[in-house]
Design a protein around this ligand. Structure first.
Ligand SMILES: NC(=O)c1ccc[n+]([C@@H]2O[C@H](COP(=O)([O-])OP(=O)(O)OC[C@H]3O[C@@H](n4cnc5c(N)ncnc54)[C@H](OP(=O)(O)O)[C@@H]3O)[C@@H](O)[C@H]2O)c1
Length: 306
């Protein structure tokens, strides 16, 4: 089978198309694979260094070879390939397209569990969503709005802020603003942070008493430390999220994936496809993602080679 393989950690040019053996066991004939920021971090060797040579890529949609059913899956690698292992497989309902299924699975589950399971969002909340036009962020904006909350999206360009507003954000803020807390039009009660560093610090400090930050990523690549004494003084909380904890709980994974597919099928949640590339151009998708020029979900059409 063909796959986009890396033989070294580094820049977006480390990918090369190669014929490699298909995985053992149950497999999916992949139609589309997703590109996530975590793949960029793995490619750089920043987190969870897989053994080399490696096929990166976590979310796929396609047909389970054993029964021909249309399925989506969240993998621990192996996604940028024409055949992928059938791990954490969920069936996709007819009313949900391949693109939507792919986009709302990994990133949608992240947005949902940060907002609801940890954030306990309700209609009284003022929710700040960082990278509000990004893969997770643009879904979080829609889910927070659907929960009845006021929503403030942070994003780096006018086009990204316009997208977040179109998707339901009541207000937007430029992520390059030197004082993000002061730039907010309302005092937040819940911050969803996938950026970290200065973004995390400024937004967490802006929370109302009894507010909480759900930290789920570090696209800004800065490790954060939190002083418990400061949390007590401000009476705020910090919660962390890792999707693996959902994948570890088969019932939670299946029920929350089914909920996201239901929302996508009804049009309550609509993923934007921010770029569609052939398998040979995985590197270009990575470069776009790390250069912050993308919005929504990036997909790889693994059946197209050029
Ligand atoms: N915890 C989990 O299990 C889990 C699961 C999925 C994703 N994540 C995390 O969620 C975050 C978002 O993932 P995603 O795949 O949806 O990506 P994404 O939001 O589509 O892309 C990352 C965005 O982060 C912002 N950003 C801020 N500083 C950046 C920097 N130094 N370099 C690049 N981007 C920067 C950019 O938005 P602006 O240009 O608008 O600032 C960029 O578009 C990532 O940190 C990812 O690791 C975590």
């Amino acid at each position: 089978m063909l796959a986009a393989v890396i033989t070294a950690f580094g820049g977006p040019d480390v990918f090369a198309l190669a014929e490699i053996p298909a995985p053992d066991g149950e497999v999916i004939d992949v139609t589309l694979a997703g590109v996530n920021f975590a793949d960029v971090q793995r490619r750089r060797g920043e987190h969870e260094r897989p053994p080399l040579p490696a096929v990166l890529g976590a979310d796929v949609v396609g047909r389970r070879r054993a029964d021909g059913r249309r399925v989506a899956a969240v993998l621990r690698g192996g996604g940028y390939a024409q055949v992928a292992p059938a791990h954490h497989v969920v069936e996709v309902p007819d009313e949900v397209s391949d693109e939507q299924a792919l986009a709302v699975l990994e990133q949608g589950l992240t947005a949902w569990h940060c907002l609801h399971t940890l954030g306990r969002v309700d209609a009284d909340d003022v929710v700040v969503v960082t990278a509000g036009a990004g893969g997770v962020g643009h879904l979080a904006v829609q889910l927070a709005r659907a929960a009845g909350a006021r929503v403030i999206a942070i994003a780096s360009t006018p086009a990204k802020r316009a997208l977040a507003a179109e998707l339901g954000a009541h207000a937007t803020v430029d992520s390059q603003h030197p004082d993000l807390g002061a730039a907010l039009s309302e005092t937040p009660t819940l911050v969803l942070d996938g950026v970290g560093g200065r973004t995390f610090e400024q937004l967490h400090a802006a929370l109302a008493p009894f507010g909480r930050t759900v930290a789920y990523g570090g696209a800004g690549a800065v490790r954060d430390t939190v002083a418990v004494g400061d949390l007590m003084t401000a009476s705020t909380g910090v919660l962390g999220f890792r999707l693996q904890r959902v994948l570890d709980d088969e019932e939670l994974y299946r029920s929350s994936a089914a909920r996201l597919f239901h929302l996508a099928g009804r049009g309550v949640l609509t993923a934007r496809i921010g770029g569609r590339h052939p398998l040979s151009a995985v590197g270009r998708a990575h470069a776009d993602l790390e250069n912050r020029v993308t919005s929504g979900k990036l997909v790889i059409d693994v059946r197209r080679l050029i």
